[in-house]
Design a binder for this molecule. Structure first.
Ligand code: SF4
Length: 236
């Protein structure tokens, strides 16, 4: 279903009247057969390890996280074990994921709070997850979806943010507002899959620099593609 096309331009700031160029369901339908049915590419054995892996994935790749977590979880497999860890020790394990001073302290503090306030178990509600240090809606959405099969929202990471704006699903400028727009144009049953598909598409086709539009199955409904084609015609 193609909804309505808006004037094309590369910048959302210059297209204030932008409207969704596609529904979330259509994006899912077009991409679904191209990518594997996974909940998250992050290695984990339980919801605690999932939460820690998601926290470590900030500002780095899932592959980078997956390289460090086997040793980290072998040494500190549970919230109780990690709550008692020294930050210095945690830093050594997570150093290669970047921002390791902050991340080491954060995973220690999260573990302590889980032990103190949640009897050692990762909470399974958005409200409780958001009380953990440094945990925002993106992290909470991934943990609820991949760890508890609960769909409360749409996790908006850097790929979901970029692709949603490029395609023309939204013109909002914060992850929270983008999430609200995506929830409005996507059936709830597709929320988790939309996140995974946009992430995988952002990694393999719609790169931040030089997206490979010519081989993209979304191109005929994509605002960015329409704008770049129009601009190249004008230059000819
Ligand atoms: S057409 Fe280009 S910009 Fe649009 S989603 Fe596909 S790769 Fe990304």
């Amino acid at each position: 279903m193609v909804l309505k096309k808006s004037p094309s331009s590369l910048s959302s700031a210059s297209r204030p009247d932008a409207v969704p160029t596609m529904s979330g369901a259509e994006v899912v339908e077009r991409l679904d057969h191209l990518y594997p049915r996974i909940k998250t590419p992050l290695s984990h054995r339980d919801t605690f390890q999932l939460l820690i892996a998601v926290v470590l994935s900030a500002q780095t790749t899932d592959a980078s996280v997956n390289r460090v977590v086997p040793a980290l979880f072998a040494r500190y497999p549970t919230s109780a074990a990690m709550a008692g860890a020294k930050v210095r020790s945690l830093e050594k394990f997570v150093k290669s994921t970047g921002f390791y001073h902050v991340k080491a302290r954060r995973i220690r503090d999260i573990s302590r709070m889980i032990v103190r306030d949640f009897s050692g178990r990762v909470p399974d509600t958005m409200e409780d997850l958001l009380t953990l240090p440094g945990v925002g809606r993106k992290t909470a959405n991934i943990v609820l979806s991949a760890g508890f099969d609960q769909i409360e929202g749409i996790a908006v990471d850097t790929h979901v943010f970029r692709l949603s704006r490029r395609i023309g699903l939204t013109d909002r400028n914060t992850p929270e507002k983008v999430e609200q727009d995506l929830m409005k144009i996507t059936p709830r049953k597709d929320w988790a899959r939309l996140t995974v598909l946009l992430i995988l598409h952002g990694r393999t086709v719609c790169f931040a620099r030089n997206p490979e539009c010519e081989k993209c199955v979304l191109s005929d409904g994509c605002l960015y593609y329409a704008a770049t084609r129009k601009n190249s015609r004008i230059r000819q």
